[in-house]
Design a protein around this ligand. Structure first.
Ligand code: NDP
Length: 295
């Protein structure tokens, strides 16, 4: 079998176009542009790239965007004050605090300080609770799993009922919300993690396999049920001669020989995460105006 490549980059580009169109419609109708506020603390190179990409894409969609840069030695109080300023700013509908935060900062306190209705990362306990309670339509869903669901439905059709989904990884950002979304989509869900026994056997039972562990090419050919759909969330930088390259949590060539469809790394889940952040911000602006979510 030679798996279909699930082109997340192209999907995200189409979604971003639709978001730009909807943002333009909203501005024409109400005079309001969706507003995204980003807090970046310190000089971590990868975080700077992520933040630049997010703000640039927000602006390309016609959003209002504000970026607050704080020094690496900023105190917790200074970071919280910045979050409060964005909470109070009526032109800002979505706030994201770029993680990781420097050592010594209580990241939970900072992410929980973002008002739930501006929490476009979906990290606030209210949004986590709504998702867990099956009130997805009232929540902000974390961007990476939301993007994975779109790619899965693109590959398998809207109805995922009855499929066995196995998720490798149980982080609050990816694994757990992914499990909630698949459960809400009527899948039978298994969550595996570093203490799970016999991962290969668990994975071989999966019609849908989502890998989010941060271990380069952990998932091998014989872990994959023939005909499965594989979503590789992992982004791992590995040495390659004098340079480095990005690989996922799945050994791509091996998996592609077994699977029906698979996301590449890069160009799979990554671009969807940013598009879903913009979508959540667009939704936040609609909710702020008491308008229904855009289709
Ligand atoms: P975390 O480190 O927070 O969580 C990793 C999870 O994987 C944990 O639940 C851990 O188990 C589990 N795990 C680690 N090693 C193994 C192993 N050998 N076998 C089984 N399970 C294991 O990572 P994240 O969820 O934040 O991210 C996962 C990956 O996805 C990373 O590569 C990250 O870079 C990438 N990522 C990509 C995004 C994108 O936009 N494409 C966005 C977010 C993340 P335990 O709980 O027992 O420790």
């Amino acid at each position: 079998m030679n798996a279909r490549v699930i082109d997340g980059k192209a999907f995200a580009a189409r979604l971003t176009q639709d978001i730009a169109q909807a943002a333009g419609d909203l501005a024409a109708r109400t005079g309001t542009r969706p507003g995204l506020g980003v807090v970046l603390v310190g000089e971590d190179a990868a975080s700077q790239v992520y933040v630049r990409t997010k703000t640039r894409q927000a602006e390309a969609c016609g959003f209002h965007s504000v970026q607050a840069d704080l020094a690496a030695d900023a105190s917790q109080a200074e970071i919280l004050a910045q979050v409060e300023a964005l909470n109070a700013d009526p032109a800002i509908h979505g706030i994201l605090v770029q993680l990781p935060l420097p050592k010594g900062i209580d990241a939970d306190r900072v992410t929980q300080a973002v008002r739930a209705e501006k929490d476009v990362d979906g990290f606030h306990y209210l949004n986590i609770g709504r998702l867990g309670a099956g009130k997805q339509d009232q929540a902000f869903v974390p961007c990476t799993p939301a993007g994975c669901m779109m790619l899965l439905r693109d590959a398998l059709g809207a109805d995922l009922s009855g499929r066995h989904a196995v998720i490798l990884g149980r982080s609050n950002i990816v694994g757990k919300p992914m499990a909630q979304l698949l459960l809400a989509a009527n899948c039978t869900v298994t969550i595996a993690h570093s203490r799970s026994a016999d991962l290969p056997a668990l994975c071989r039972g999966a019609d849908i396999l989502v890998a989010a562990v941060g271990r380069p090419e952990l998932v091998r050919r014989d872990w994959i049920k023939p005909g499965a759909v594989v979503i590789d969330v992992g982004i791992n930088r590995v040495a390659s001669g004098d340079k480095s390259r990005l690989v996922g949590d799945v050994a791509y060539d091996e998996a592609a020989a077994q699977a029906q469809a698979i996301t590449p790394v890069p160009g799979g889940v990554g671009p969807m995460t940013i598009a879903c952040l913009l979508l959540n911000t667009l939704r936040a602006a609609h909710r702020h105006l008491n308008l229904p979510d855009p289709a």
